[in-house]
Design a protein. Sequence first.
Length: 342
Amino acid sequence: MSKLTYAAAGVDIDAGNALVDRIKPAAKSTNRSGVMAGLGGFGGLFDLKAAGYTDPVLVAATDGVGTKLRIAIDTGHVAGVGVDLVAMCVNDLICQGAEPLFFLDYFATGKLNIDEAAQVVEGIAEGCRLSGCALIGGETAEMPGMYHDGDFDLAGFSVGAMERGTALPANVGVGNVLLGLKSSGVHSNGYSLVRRIVADAGLGWDAPFEGGTLGEALLAPTRLYVKQALSAIREGGVNALAHITGGGLTENLPRALPEGCGVTVNLDAITLPAILDWLIGQADLDEAEALKTFNCGVGMVLIVEEGAVDAVVAALEDHGEEVVHLGEVIAGEGVTYSGSLR
C-alpha cells in the first residue's frame, strides 16, 4: 500500500498557499489607517488610535450571501458575490452609527479552484475599497466530501467603531422624515423564492432580460451605502438607519424605531427596479408578500429630523444618491403603507 498524503485525501495545501499569494495585492489595496499587518499571520492586527478613535465602542457584524451563490456558481460569474458579502455586513454596521474598519472572510469548498476563489476574494476587496474597510484576513477551507463538485460557501465578518455616546438609533420621534436610498435590484435576500419563480417560468439564467441576461440582472451586487451614510450622519440630525434586507421594509423599519413609534410609507414614491417588477409580476405576489420578502427598490432608509432634511439630502446627493422621500414617523407601531408598488 502506497503512503497516503493530505493531497491524496483531497486537500491541496500548495493550492491554498498559491491562492494567498494571488490575493495579497487585492488585500493590500484595501489598506487604511489602523492596519498593522498584511495577510499570513495567525490573526489580523488593527490599531484603533491610529484610525483616529479616542474612546471607541466596537460593533461587529456577520452575514453571508445566501442562495444567490447558486446562481453565481451555475453561471460562473462569481466576482459580484464578494461585493455582496461585504455589503451585507458593512451596511448593517452603519445602522448602528459605526464606521466599518476591517473585514475577514470565510471561503469553504470541496475542491479549491484558485481562479474562482481569487475572483471571489478580489470582489471582496472591491467591496472593502468602496466602503473604506480593510481586508485584513480570512480563511480558505478545502473540505472534500462536504460540498458537491464546484460548490462553495461564503461568510463574512466585519468590525466597526464609533465614539462612545454616538450609537444609533437615538432620539427617533414623531415627525422624523424617512429618506430612502435606491437598491440596485434584488441585492442578497429572497433568492430561494427567486430561484423558484425562475424555475416555474421554465427559464434559464441565460434567458434575455433588459439587454442582458436574467442571470446578470439577478447577480447585480448589493449596493454599498457606507460612505454616503457616514457623510449624512456627520451633517447631524440622522437619528436612525435601516438596512432593507430579509423581511423588507415591513420588518426592517420597525427595528430602528422606539416603542410607541410607527412609520407611514408612500409606495407611490418608489420605483421598482425592472428585475423586481418582473419577479413580482411573474409570481403574482401579493403586495404585502413582496414588501416583506424583497427590498422593493429601497436598500437603505435614513430617519432624519425634519429640520435637518435639506442638509442630509445635499450630503447624500454629493455622493451621487437620488434620495426618495418615503414618509415619516408617527405615533403608533409598525409600518402603514399608502399608494401601491406597481
